[in-house]
Design a protein around this ligand. Structure first.
Ligand SMILES: NC(=O)c1ccc[n+]([C@@H]2O[C@H](COP(=O)([O-])OP(=O)(O)OC[C@H]3O[C@@H](n4cnc5c(N)ncnc54)[C@H](O)[C@@H]3O)[C@@H](O)[C@H]2O)c1
Length: 336
């Protein structure tokens, strides 16, 4: 007999660590983790099974399908933006084909157990692409449907997967109404840059914020790869995890927009440097701009409109820029 479970792909990543901890503390169904890397020892107690496998491997997914009755999929596995620019074809396979595989698994599951499968997809502000010559300050806080012209492979992948998710939700919702059998309840958040005190970032273009803070905490000098005046939205990882659980807990009829912007603060790189110098005396931060990574951040908005998330599932960030350092980053990094 198949065992009830929720599935988290990319379980061993930055977000997977926080999400699995939060899901296991909330005491819901057993959690199955899937990642191409072995889960860290600290993560394993929270998992009923930790599968080392590739989301592109149909045998792995068939095995999960045959052994578990899945009520929710948190599909976090991906190649992040900087890595995706180096290996665009592999990024397309992992980010797009992999997501389609997981959506198909959700359809198979809903069809076999006759209930909706909730599907969480972590999208990104990389889906936006502001063309040269358009002033970000004139645009202000960007809404979910403006400037959807991603300029990176990662951004293209994320935008297409948002559309695939909405397609699966709409298509199978219609069938569910006809036959009353199955449905994919797709929900996505477009995250800003995420800052974690616990894990070091790897391969994202917003990594300069986390890298600057972790380098200062470890007493290492840091060369920031974007210009001082560069601004983009950020939030802390605990806020991002809370947003995921709140969106997934919201009643289905209140989240029919399906794709939501959120953010907590949008400092410039110079603001980050000043905060780091204040909280870690002796920190050394220099600016050594990488033109490729700078161009990517330049195409992203400096702020996002999160009014739909506030309206539909009462989203509210827990930390502003100052309290993110005082309440979370500094104590958690020092304790870690
Ligand atoms: N961290 C951020 O700032 C940020 C911002 C916006 C969106 N996101 C999205 O959130 C999700 C999680 O991000 P993260 O920061 O935890 O990234 P991460 O790189 O830390 O984790 C991704 C995990 O996916 C796994 N993975 C990669 N390819 C795989 C494959 N083919 N099969 C199975 N597992 C595979 C990796 O081993 C890794 O553990 C990603 O989808 C990312 O695009 C992250």
């Amino acid at each position: 007999m198949r065992k009830p479970a929720i599935l988290v792909t990319g379980a061993n990543g930055e977000m997977g660590h926080g999400l699995i901890r939060a899901l296991s503390q909330s005491g819901g169904q057993p959690i199955v983790g899937l990642d191409i890397q072995e889960a860290d020892a600290g993560l394993k107690p929270a998992l009923t099974e930790s599968i080392i496998g590739n989301i592109l491997d149909q045998n792995v997914l068939d095995s999960i399908n045959s052994r578990y009755e899945i009520s929710a999929i948190y599909h976090l596995a991906a190649l992040l933006s900087t890595r995706a620019e180096f290996s665009p074809q592999i990024a397309h396979q992992v980010n797009v084909d992999g997501t389609l595989n997981l959506l198909s698994l959700a359809v198979d599951q809903a069809r076999s157990h006759g209930r909706a499968v909730k599907f969480f997809f972590p999208s990104s502000i990389a889906v936006y692409g502001i063309p040269d010559g358009i002033s970000k300050s004139e645009i202000g806080a960007i809404s979910e449907d403006q400037y959807l012209f991603p300029q990176t492979m990662y951004g293209c992948n994320k935008r297409y997967c948002e559309l695939l998710g909405v397609y699966h939700a709409r298509h199978y919702q219609r069938l569910a109404a006809d036959a009353g059998t199955f449905r994919v309840d797709f929900r996505a958040i477009r995250f800003p840059g995420l800052i974690s005190a616990v894990t070091q970032p790897a391969g994202g273009t917003s990594d300069y914020a986390s890298e600057m803070i972790h380098a200062a905490a470890e007493g290492r000098p840091y060369d920031c790869f974007v210009r001082e005046e560069t601004a983009m939205p950020f939030m802390t990882m605990p806020d991002a995890i809370r947003a995921i659980t709140e969106l997934m807990d919201a009643p289905a009829d209140e989240v029919d927009q399906r794709i939501y912007n959120i953010r907590a603060f949008n400092p410039t790189a110079a603001d980050l440097k000043r905060a780091v110098e204040r909280h870690f005396p002796g920190a050394v931060v220099n600016f050594d701009v990488d033109p490729n990574r700078q161009a990517i951040v330049d195409s992203w908005p400096s702020d996002v409109d999160q009014s739909a998330a506030q309206r539909d599932w009462q989203w509210k960030p827990g930390d502003d820029f100052d309290s993110a350092f005082v309440r979370y980053l500094v104590p958690a990094i020092k304790a870690h």
